[in-house]
Design a protein around this ligand. Structure first.
Ligand SMILES: Nc1ncnc2c1ncn2[C@@H]1O[C@H](COP(=O)(O)OP(=O)(O)OP(=O)(O)O)[C@@H](O)[C@H]1O
Ligand SMILES: [Mg+2]
Length: 363
């Protein structure tokens, strides 16, 4: 009896999540770490079929079924588990899963057990440091290139302007117009690159985010052109002020609206949702805000493939013929400087929802 108690305590104290099932795939063991990783409490898991509890993570049930029925063991198999967070929100966490059979005294398989290791902190630390290195390198490199290219570009523009005066009578003026327009476009990209390398300091103050979003929606409406995309505001009027820099945040939300407009077709619908998250647990180290504002830009556009999802914040990653691929990289940095978070969910062919969480101003 005492020994069973010790066993239970050991399982409870493990930092790995433990999920045990019986021969009928019903959950029999579920420790605290498993609750933390999945966001599902044990009252909802013990005694219930594994497949019913994790309908979105069929891979986990498939793995344990293979262990149970074929004796197949998995070691540190990496996958993504859905995570139920407070307020009906869903998240994803990378996990490393190891499975094992449970045998009776005769060596017959009577159950299976999975050990879940939460890889989110390991992954994000690793990814963050890779991203930082790359950004530092890219910043210096790109700024150097931008600087070098800007000067001759100025020369080309000047010469094209002089040329356009001379060719006015010949009907060739449209060519010089193209040169000037394209030079201006290149110049804008270079300015973005330089801005990226030497960012302006943010100046955060309590701020009504709805005012920022109103401006962005107004500008968005002017941008939709032939698509006539429908921009819908769905604000929570009780949302308190957030801490932010108006200019920088306008730039961020404009980037997001622009991406959505570019992603939708003629039946485009883009919704700007705001709400307050009171039970926000994922507060980063050093940041004590317990309440966050959530601002979501949701579209029914082309969506993003799983493969591209990983590259969205990489500077210069673009799938567009005329994109510079700096919009999200820049926005990511600005939100990070605000002590905020980004979340992107997308369904290829159906649409994309980009959520930004910003700290609420303390009263
Ligand atoms: N709402 C969205 N729907 C579909 N794809 C998106 C969406 N937002 C971003 N993407 C994808 O992410 C890529 C990177 O976006 P990002 O804003 O960083 O650069 P860009 O839009 O290509 O260029 P720009 O620098 O002009 O913004 C896009 O090329 C696109 O493939
Ligand atoms: Mg963009």
């Amino acid at each position: 009896m005492k020994q069973t108690h010790i066993c239970e305590n050991i399982i409870e104290c493990l930092s790995e999540g433990v999920i045990g099932i019986d021969a009928g795939m019903v959950i029999t063991v579920y420790n605290q770490a498993a609750e933390k990783i999945s966001g599902v409490g044990r009252t909802l898991t013990i005694g219930r079929p594994l497949r019913d509890v994790f309908p979105k993570d069929a891979w986990l049930a498939d793995m344990l079924e293979k262990t149970l029925k074929q004796g197949k063991l998995f070691i540190e198999h990496e996958n993504i588990i859905s995570q139920r967070m407070g307020g009906g929100m869903e998240g994803m966490a990378p996990v490393g899963v190891t499975t094992s059979t449970v045998l009776d005294a005769n060596g017959e398989i009577i159950g299976a057990v999975a050990l879940l290791r939460d890889l989110s902190s390991i992954k994000s630390i690793k990814e963050e440091s890779i991203r930082k290195d790359r950004l530092a390198f890219l910043g210096t490199f790109a700024a150097g290139v931008a600087h070098e290219v800007k000067n001759p570009l100025g020369g080309i523009r000047g010469a094209a302007q002089l040329l356009s005066r001379k060719v006015k009578e010949t009907g060739l003026i449209e060519y010089t117009d193209i040169i000037i327009r394209e030079v201006d476009r290149l110049n804008k990209i270079l300015e973005e690159v330089l801005d990226f390398a030497n960012p302006r300091k943010i100046n955060p103050k309590p701020l009504n985010i709805h005012e920022v979003l109103d401006t962005v929606v107004l500008l968005g409406n002017a941008m939709t052109g032939e698509k006539a995309a429908h921009l819908i505001k769905s604000y929570d009027p009780s949302l308190p002020p957030v801490i932010g820099d108006k200019e920088h945040l306008t730039q961020v939300f404009l980037n997001l609206i622009k991406n959505s407009i570019e992603a939708v077709d003629k039946n485009g619908e883009i919704t700007v949702n705001t709400r307050i998250l009171t039970d926000f647990h994922l507060v980063e180290e050093g940041y004590k805000a317990a309440q966050m504002a959530s601002i979501e830009i949701k579209d029914n556009g082309c969506g993003i493939s799983k493969h591209d999802m990983e590259k969205l914040f990489t500077p210069f990653f673009t799938t567009k013929a005329k994109g510079s691929g700096l919009g999200l990289a820049l926005s990511f940095r600005i939100i990070k400087e605000h002590g905020g978070f980004f979340r992107i969910e997308s369904d290829k062919g159906k649409g994309t929802a980009v959520s930004i969480f910003l700290p609420i101003a303390e009263k």
